[in-house]
Design a protein around this ligand. Sequence first.
Ligand code: Z5A
Length: 212
Amino acid sequence: NDIRGCSRGSLIVLEGLDRSGKTSQCGNLLAYLQGKGFSVEAWQFPDRSTSVGKMISAYLANESQLDDRTIHLLFSANRWEKRALMENKLKSGTTLIVDRYSYSGVAFSAAKGLNIEWCKAPEVGLIAPDVVVYLDVPPEKAAERGGYGLEKYEQLDFQGKVAEHYHNLLDSSWEIVDGSQSIESVERQLKDLAMHSILTCQRGKPLTNLWS
Ligand code: Z5A
């Protein structure tokens, strides 16, 4: 059966700590699905190209100071400004592979001590992913990969708190992949999960919203 080009695309989200391999795996998955003839795009949040994204980028680079709630709402606004385009792409049959999404928003802000329900509230109504792949890598192991740079959250103790909050967000859309395996092994599992999700969406799975 040729399932390409009909029905809606799938929203595939990759989450994980800094250096868990999301960016590498998004690129590999994009090339694989394109090679199979699917309409597919790779997105990432924060999207640093927009005016909101530029404010976020300056904050992450320690070039500006913002209150914790203010930056939380900016990350959320950065997703809201892409929501309509996201819905159009998915409905027109394009699969989106997204590097970080609302779960990053909640896990990173909650790790600073903000209330989880408060953190989730501005995310309600964004499009719910069809599958969230969590690349599970212990913070110590992730830190060994190329070392941390100079961006805001790149500290071991903070990444440990973020990992705890990620685990509190798990729901039925999550697939946990051991990100400590070889890049090739993680890649194989991701391909299977992505294909399964794409097929499910092609067969008529409706789009839903977070966090209902
Ligand atoms: N943030 C937030 O607070 N609120 C939000 O709403 C959102 C984000 C959306 C910027 O994110 C920061 O914003 C982020 C969360 C916060 N802060 N932190 N931490 P970002 O996405 O721009 O930055 P990042 O997640 O830190 O990206 P990264 O450093 O590029 O990590 P990655 O994409 O997960 O990893 P990678 O670049 O694919 O790989 C890192 C290295 O590991 C590289 O040398 C690879 O070759 C190597 N690697 C990858 N996989 C493997 C395996 N399997 N084995 C061995 N080595 C590997």
